[in-house]
Design a protein around this ligand. Sequence first.
Ligand SMILES: C[S@@+](CC[C@H](N)C(=O)[O-])C[C@H]1O[C@@H](n2cnc3c(N)ncnc32)[C@H](O)[C@@H]1O
Length: 243
Amino acid sequence: MTRVKQQKIQEHYDSVAGTYDDHYDHLTRGRPYHNHLSDHLIKALPQNGDLLDIGCGTALFVEKYLRNGGTATGLDISGKMLSKARERCPGCTFVAGNGEALPFQDQSFDAISSLLVFSYVKSPETMLAEAYRVLRPGGSIAVCTLGKKLITRGIPALYHFSEKVKFQHVVMKNFGERYYNEEEMTRLFSEAGFDDISVKWCSFAHIDMIDPLFSLASKLEPFVEKRVPQLAFNIFVSAKKRR
Ligand SMILES: C[S@@+](CC[C@H](N)C(=O)[O-])C[C@H]1O[C@@H](n2cnc3c(N)ncnc32)[C@H](O)[C@@H]1O
């Protein structure tokens, strides 16, 4: 099994914090891509709640969650990403830390989100146990990350290669990331104690496609997600803590 390199992840995100939003908040692809994923999370989480966003990055999701009311706390291992998050959402609390050891008391939040982070986690069991602990009874969790599929199998090799040739990219580094399929996600969430587990595939338009291809894939996205989810590449899980 691959080993997730957490220090490398932290150093990498510290180094790309200044350009992260050029990629994920970019008008033609970044923002539509990120918004599409965020929409799945927003629909699964209660409005007006106290949210914890694990791996909040520059607070793109936190900002979106706040638009419907509620409060939000962001946690990230990268101090530089957190500085950007504080600039974006000055009224929120941002805490440096690891999603696998949450520095919060039991039953502190109504909702937990984690977007494009789960594949970086060393022990998903530990992160989910921590999420369960800090959620209030009946609270909701929504996680979205690149999933394990035939089309994503080559990603570790691609990231390894891009690192060897010193290709600079906001996410393409060999961090020993791990990907999960529906069965694995269902088992992980169920063993952590969650109920009402729903696992879906989403995304057909990828942020790194060229513009015309991205716009075509975006148009086809609703059809793909509904009728041919085998072609979608992000995996989205929502669940609830027992009351
Ligand atoms: C691809 S970015 C996603 C950021 C944000 N969720 C978004 O949607 O824009 C991944 C983020 O996860 C953070 N991260 C990775 N592993 C983490 C961990 N174990 N605990 C907390 N944050 C982590 C990174 O520092 C980085 O900010």
